[in-house]
Structures are given as structure tokens and as C-alpha cells.
Design a binder for this molecule. Structure first.
Ligand SMILES: [Zn+2]
Ligand SMILES: [Zn+2]
Length: 259
């Protein structure tokens, strides 16, 4: 505790000379490693979601962990495993973890990341997400980003989910494979709510490497889907279904924030 306090004071003193400021508290930043100070990072991620067996759903909860709905990650009330909301929406996604609720500083940072593509934020999220994935499960699994709408990628010049996935693959020393293919189709805005709920990603299919992965024998075929913001869960659910229907044995998912 004392050493942490000294580190924090040392950090603050050193920070007085630096030009960039923390997005959380406004304190000057010592180095450019992240756009947010270590104190705010500590507060931002004070509770870890429970550890994830890729695709195997929830496991025992460690000290300080928050266990929630295996599908959306929300806190469970009297429910077991899956919340009523996800059950009613008939979501088949299991083993999804999110780093926190989409509000406050996390919301600011995610919005920042989606607008700028700041790799330091991708690394910050990835370092945190890496703590959630159970080590023993990593070897057989590949990381698969939720494919962006082709237009969105063109407009932004980068793909937030892919960027986060790349950093996480580096952190976990896991292979990244784009298992899914999203065709250029009707823009989401031209589809009504019912159509979007029924099929959130029309034409989503396995990519060539997805087909090769589904045919892989001898090792467990496990995929860890990666997305930036979890909203209704329909997109991740659709991706998970396509992978499972192709014969991929287990599918888990991680998102940065849950809206
Ligand atoms: Zn701060
Ligand atoms: Zn839920």
C-alpha cells in the first residue's frame, strides 16, 4: 500500500513536467504510454470479470472478480448463468466477457479509440482483457475480430475491433485469424429494427481461413471473438452461430465495453 502511494506521488511529481494530460483526471502524463494515468486506469478497471475458458462459459470466481451473465456480462440477480434479458432475446452466445459498462471514463476512452484508432488505447484494453483469458485455454484457440462493415472501415481508415484483436493476440501470444467474412450489402440504416434484429449481419459467412480452421483436426477448434462495444449482443451472437454451425467446437467472446 505504502509503495503504491509512493509510486503515485512519484508519478504525480514527475508528471508536472509533461505536456499530455490524463483523459480521466486531467493530470499531466509522465510518458506517452497511455492517454490516461495509472491512477485512473486502476480505478477504471477495479473489478475484473470472472476468468474465461474460451467457449466453455463461466468458471469458478476468483477473489475480486465479478461474475455475471455468461452472455452479456451483466450482473445476475436471482438468475443462474444467463440473465432473463438474454434468455428472452434467445441469444446463444456463451462465455462472453466485457471489461466494463459503457459509461464514464471507459465510454470516453472507447469513443476516443473508435474515432482516432489510438494504439495506446488498444494496448490498454488488451492488457486488461488478457488477464481475463485463462492461460491453459490459449494454445488451441485463435482470436477472431468481428468483421467491420466495409463502409465503416473505409470511412474510418481503420477497424477498431481488428486493432483491439491485434493487440490482444500480441498480449496473449495467440494467433489472429479472420474467420468471418462480411459482404458489402445494404447499409444498416436502410434496414428496419426488425430486419436488423433478425439478421444483424446479412450475408455473414466463413472466410477461406475460417473454412480451413473448421476443417482442422487433431486440436480443439476454439475461437475467441473480439468486439469493441457490446450493445444488444445480436452481432456477436450471429458471429458465434456462424462459427458453431461450421463445426467450430467452442466460441468465447471479449468486448471492451457493454452498452
Ligand atoms: Zn488520471
Ligand atoms: Zn445477459
Amino acid at each position: 500500500m505504502t509503495s503504491r502511494l509512493i509510486r503515485n506521488i512519484g508519478y504525480r511529481v514527475g508528471a508536472l513536467l509533461a505536456p499530455e494530460h490524463c483523459r480521466g483526471c486531467g493530470a499531466p502524463l509522465v510518458d506517452g504510454a497511455a492517454p490516461v494515468c495509472p491512477v485512473c486506469v486502476g480505478e477504471l478497471f477495479s473489478a475484473l470479470p470472472s476468468e474465461l475458458d474460451v467457449g466453455a462459459g463461466a468458471r469458478g470466481v476468483r477473489n475480486g472478480e465479478v461474475d455475471g451473465c455468461s452472455c452479456c456480462g451483466r450482473e445476475l440477480l436471482a438468475e443462474q448463468g444467463i440473465c432473463t434479458r438474454c434468455r428472452d432475446a434467445d441469444l446463444s452466445l456463451r462465455g462472453h466477457r466485457t471489461l466494463g459498462a459503457y459509461r464514464g471514463l471507459l465510454r470516453t476512452l472507447v469513443k476516443d479509440f473508435k474515432a482516432s484508432g489510438d494504439r495506446r488505447l488498444a494496448r490498454l484494453f488488451a492488457q486488461r482483457a488478457a488477464l481475463v483469458v485463462r492461460a491453459a485455454e490459449r494454445q488451441d484457440a485463435v482470436i477472431c475480430p468481428v468483421p467491420a462493415r466495409p463502409n465503416a472501415r473505409r470511412e474510418r481508415g481503420f477497424d477498431p475491433a481488428l486493432r483491439f484483436a491485434q493487440e490482444l493476440a500480441g498480449e496473449l501470444d495467440m494467433k489472429l485469424e479472420r474467420l468471418l467474412l462480411r459482404p458489402t450489402g445494404v447499409p444498416q440504416k436502410q434496414r428496419n429494427r426488425q430486419e436488423r434484429l433478425a439478421d444483424p449481419i446479412p450475408g455473414l459467412s466463413l472466410s477461406e481461413s475460417g473454412r480451413a480452421f473448421a476443417c482442422r483436426t487433431g486440436r480443439t477448434q476454439a475461437a475467441l471473438l473480439i468486439d469493441d462495444v457490446f450493445t444488444t449482443g445480436a452481432t456477436l451472437d450471429r458471429c458465434s452461430r456462424v462459427l458453431l454451425e461450421a463445426g467450430i467446437e467452442t466460441v468465447g467472446a471479449i468486448s471492451v465495453a457493454r452498452d
